[in-house]
Design a protein around this ligand. Structure first.
Ligand code: EPU
Length: 418
């Protein structure tokens, strides 16, 4: 069985490079299929399994995809199918961006229902509401979403909930809608701005991404472009927490510090020293940290995707901490694993009450989803003795070279491949 063996108790020191943002890249690659002329040359694409899945899906539609490390070139001029039905579609969440992209380009899309981490009910009603408002007929048949329209026409759409996926997906379809579309109550995550910048580089006319109102003037065609994906806010936050938990001094390079403010604020409150230097952030921690309360919120609030690593960090902080998970209803599955290591955490509905313990002890634990996997790795790094983490396929969906990056800082992690 694939596993990570972690010898805990080593401080982290040195420099670490952050990769391109997963949740931007998994939306930008599907968006690239909207270019009917030229090729898209996209840099800083992270090397993770979710990206391999997206590349296979867009190739199955007829696109030509060439990869060279972090550089991906996509020629979509030859796409000849609007039906995304290979098994990779159901392995990940972001395959749903093909609905907006194909509907925009062909006025027709058939996409198998997406998969992704089991962190709660993951409805797509707001995506469908947006497509319908633009004039599409959307049905769900035999496990696939089918969206069709004679033409898409711009309109005003108010999202009932703040949704990253719905904001991006409806923005994609609206790029090719006639006239003006105004999206209100939009999500404001950095990856939404990145996708809008990418689309604008291809010739779209999108204004306001990063605020809660996005205005899109429809265009008739998009062409290829050169683009570089932003650094991954969540990968950076994960390593900030690892450094804070293990103690030592770590420079986290290739970041946008503004995107990390909610995380830096909490770590400073816990007693971590943080300094910013341009596109780098330095974390210095003595490990003598105090507990804090955290509530997950849409950007610019504290990201839900860092709640699980944060719970691990708080498990050995002094005193009581309360973590309120306000986005996903089942995102505390990692707590049972932390308890095997001696953590004192009580979960009630969307709250976790953590009584900090002196130390965790190594155990055999499971990565129950992607970010839970990162939380387990941090737990192994701070625990006394040896920890074995299994279900690595979750971690590999979103963290490029996690063990190599951490080992370069002084961690002792070995990957067993079978
Ligand atoms: N929601 C609805 N209806 C919808 C869409 C969402 O009610 O049509 C609700 C959800 O149930 C949830 C909330 O709105 O309670 C937010 O969901 P959102 O749509 O923002 O989530 P998502 O687009 O499915 C993305 C990330 C997640 C991240 C969330 C929140 C991608 C591929 N996934 O998911 O990332 O947790 O936004 O920031 O971008 C991860 O990377 O580990 C991950 C799970």
């Amino acid at each position: 069985m694939k596993k990570l063996i972690i010898e805990g108790g080593n401080p982290l020191n040195g420099d670490i490079e952050i990769s391109g943002a997963k949740n931007a890249a998994v939306a930008i690659l599907p968006s690239a299929i909207m270019a009917t002329k030229g090729t898209c040359v996209i840099d800083n694409i992270p090397q993770i399994s979710d990206i391999e899945c997206i590349k296979k899906i867009i190739e199955s539609l007829g696109a030509k995809v060439v990869s060279d490390n972090n550089l991906v070139t996509i020629d979509s001029t030859c796409i000849n199918s609007y039906d995304a039905n290979i098994e990779e579609v159901q392995k990940m969440r972001a395959s749903y961006y093909l609905i907006g992209a194909l509907l925009g380009r062909f006025k027709k899309a058939r996409v198998e229902m997406p998969g992704g981490c089991a962190i709660g009910v993951r409805p797509i009603d707001q995506h469908i509401k947006g497509f319908e408002a633009l004039g599409a007929k959307v049905t769900i048949e035999h496990g696939a979403v089918i969206a069709e329209a004679d033409k898409l026409v711009g309109t005003n759409i108010y999202f009932d909930v703040v949704s990253v996926g719905a904001t991006i997906n409806v923005m994609l379809a609206a790029v090719f809608a006639e006239g003006k579309t105004i999206l209100e109550n939009c999500a404001k995550e950095p990856h939404i701005v990145d996708v809008a910048n990418f689309l604008n580089s291809m010739g779209a006319n999108i204004k306001g991404a990063g605020t809660d109102v996005i205005r899109i003037n429809g265009v008739n065609e998009l062409k290829g472009c050169n683009y570089s994906v932003i650094p991954d806010q969540i990968e950076a936050g994960t390593y900030m927490m690892a450094a804070a938990a293990c103690g030592g001094k770590v420079n986290i390079n290739n970041v946008i510090p503004k995107h990390l403010e909610s995380i830096s604020a909490k770590l400073i409150e816990m007693g971590v020293d943080i300094t910013e230097n341009g596109d780098s952030i330095t974390i210095e921690s003595s490990r003598k940290l105090k507990g804090v309360n955290v509530k997950t919120l849409p950007y610019p609030g504290f990201p839900t995707d860092l709640q699980q690593p944060m719970t691990t960090l708080l498990s050995t902080a002094k005193g009581r901490s309360i973590v309120n998970e306000s986005i996903w209803e089942s995102r505390f599955k990692h707590v049972d694993e932390l308890k095997k290591m001696g953590a004192k955490v009580k979960v009630e509905s969307n709250l976790a009450v953590i009584e900090g313990v002196e130390c965790l002890t190594g155990a055999k634990i499971v990565a129950t989803d992607l970010r839970a996997g990162a939380a387990m790795v941090i737990a192994g790094l701070i625990a006394k003795g040896t920890t074995e983490v299994t279900n690595l396929e979750h971690i590999d969906r979103g963290y490029p070279n996690i063990e190599n990056k951490l080992n370069s800082l002084g961690a002792k992690i070995t990957r067993i491949e079978k």
